[in-house]
Design a protein. Structure first.
Length: 329
């Protein structure tokens, strides 16, 4: 459905030379941030539940829920390498953890795996060490949130992109992870006959926080001044403008960052995102009477996350646009 929507507006998104400079959304990165975010959210909640209540009620519930969480995380992490020019060299990024948030994210993700596996063995009862469930649960949950935080920091530290360089980027990423993970947990618990009102309450709170934060994020994006100008970049004062186009043919920067979302379509996608989040919120609220509604809430919120993340990348204006004739960014 989303591909049909985006495809029908293709002409509005492809920017003529010099008309804009927004990021070209890479579907591999969108899949990475949506799938791994949900996986880390689900895994952290399972770990906190185990740390608070002890061993899982059944081995089937433990293995199924943990498998889904780790599958989402793994799919997301593997998809992120598809955007690289040389995916086989992705492991080298781990060596730059002193200066790169992307490298720190990779290190955190690698550290999370053995902790999650150890927790799974103890929580499921496969290994009879109940005294380790709580420490492993808390440690794994902490690493989950550290990994999501590092992912958000990759974007929030980029001063060249106004839409990302703001205080709400990190809270939105964390809120999406918590909301998608809690909805997944509610649905899985229902399937295994372990549904409890506390699960739906957690999902309701997470969704409510997410809706508010995303609304405030978009509002700030519209109201913040576009301070990046050619005059500021060159230091030559007002009146500086592009004299002639820098290139006579399409290049890498124009393909990757010469992307414009028509304002009316961006507004529609924002409305679609909020509508999907509201629908997921309604499903979870009604779970107290009809727990089966947690099942359709999962695809609804994952679709909402996909639309939101596509728009997050598509509306990110890079200052390189000044080089191609854009007045401000």
């Amino acid at each position: 459905m989303l591909m049909i929507i985006l495809g029908s507006w293709k002409d509005d998104y492809t920017a003529p030379h010099g008309k804009g400079c927004q990021m070209n959304p890479a579907y591999s990165v969108i899949l990475f941030t949506t799938a791994s975010g949900a996986g880390y959210g689900l895994l952290s909640l399972l770990c906190l539940a185990g740390a608070s209540h002890g061993r899982a009620s059944t081995m089937a519930f433990a293995f199924t829920s943990l498998f889904i969480a780790l599958a989402l995380i793994t799919i997301g992490l593997l998809s992120s390498t598809l955007h690289l020019g040389r995916p086989e060299r992705a492991w080298r990024a781990l060596s730059q953890w002193r200066s790169s948030w992307l490298s720190r994210e990779g290190v955190a993700a690698v550290v999370t795996y053995p902790l999650a596996i150890a927790f799974a063995a103890c929580w499921s009862g496969l290994v009879d060490l109940p005294q380790l469930i709580a420490p492993l649960g808390y440690a794994t949950a902490l690493m989950c949130w550290i990994t999501v935080f590092c992912t958000a920091k990759i974007y929030s530290t980029l001063k060249t992109i106004r839409a990302w360089y703001q205080p709400l980027t990190i809270p939105v990423y964390l809120a999406f992870s918590a909301a998608t993970g809690s909805v997944w947990l509610t649905a899985i618990a229902y399937v295994f006959g372990r549904f409890a009102p506390a699960q739906s309450v957690l999902s309701i709170l997470a969704l409510l926080v997410l809706i508010i934060l995303k609304f405030l994020y978009w509002r700030r994006l519209e109201k913040d001044p576009r301070s990046h100008t050619m005059a500021a970049a060159t230091g030559l004062g007002e009146g500086v403008r592009q004299w002639e186009v820098p290139h006579t043919s399409t290049n890498f920067l124009m393909k990757e960052m010469g992307y414009v979302v028509a304002r009316r379509h961006a507004q529609r996608l924002r409305i679609l995102t909020l509508a999907l989040l509201d629908l997921a919120f309604l499903f979870i609220v009604l779970c107290s009477h009809w727990p089966w509604l947690s099942l359709p809430a999962v695809p609804v919120i994952m679709f909402a996350a996909w639309v939101e993340r596509w728009l997050f990348f598509a509306q990110a204006e890079h200052v390189v646009g000044l080089f191609y004739g854009k007045e401000n960014a």
